[in-house]
Design a protein around this ligand. Structure first.
Ligand code: SAM
Length: 225
């Protein structure tokens, strides 16, 4: 069971560590090498279709590790929120952009239709209910411009979860049908892929890609804000 208050404490504790150097290590990506991290982020950027000039926002940006890699790959502007204030402080000190402390289920401080691409990388596995996931994705959709894209990355897949011996750190699971139903109700176009089609390694830490998926939700160009 996921307890968001505990997750927040855990990430805040990581934000206090003096021995960590790489931004990814504050966000529990310490088991993946720097080169693999760059490869993962760049392949994810290609999956999302990140382009020069994009205004990017990340829900659950942590220390900014994922956004930093996207900014090194493409000419983009950055913004994000995270509920772990110690990680937001690190993001602010390393990256230029607008970084705020907030829960991703309530983005009321962010204007409607403000961003081209609204992302969340490795965050939905820390939510505690379908209701929270629905609130978060509706908020992410609201702040995306018409014609823009919402990306939700690294979600636990119930169909494949039993294949793994160790439970991954974030344990919240969402069915694929949750996303199809949401896309149908909100008039969004869904593209959902197995995580290993974006990034996988035959050995070593690979973000448990064999038991996870990632997805895009696209807003129609003529849709309301
Ligand atoms: C694995 S880290 C990923 C950080 C960043 N997305 C990246 O890939 O570098 C997960 C992040 O999600 C944040 N998080 C989890 N649940 C959240 C929530 N409900 N609201 C805001 N942040 C949340 C945690 O504080 C943590 O920074």
């Amino acid at each position: 069971m996921v307890i968001p208050a505990e997750i927040r404490k855990e990430y805040n504790r990581l934000g206090e560590r003096r021995d960590l150097v790489h931004l990814k290590d504050f966000a529990r990506w310490g088991f993946i090498s720097s080169d693999d991290w760059t490869a993962l982020c760049r392949r994810t950027a290609d999956f999302i279709g990140v382009e020069d000039g994009d205004r990017l926002f990340e829900a659950g940006c942590g220390s900014g590790a994922f956004l930093a890699e996207l900014a090194a790959y493409r000419t983009v502007s950055l913004a994000g929120v995270d509920f772990a204030e110690n990680l937001v402080r690190i993001a602010r000190s390393h990256l230029s952009g607008d970084f705020q402390v907030a829960d991703i289920t309530d983005l009321s401080s962010i204007g409607t239709a403000s961003y081209d691409k609204v992302l969340s990388h490795g965050v939905f596995l820390y939510l505690d209910s379908e209701d929270a996931a629905r609130r978060a994705v509706l908020e992410m959709t609201r702040i995306t411009r018409p014609g823009g894209t919402v990306y939700i990355g690294i979600v636990n897949d119930p169909d494949r979860h039993a294949e793994y011996d160790y439970p991954p750190s974030g344990s919240f699971i969402l069915t694929r049908s949750f996303w199809q139903n949401l896309a149908d109700q909100e008039d969004l176009t869904l593209k959902l892929v197995d995580q290993e089609s974006i990034f996988s390694k035959p050995s070593g830490y690979d973000c448990y890609s064999r038991i996870r998926y990632s997805l895009l939700l696209k807003k129609a160009p003529g849709s309301g804000p």
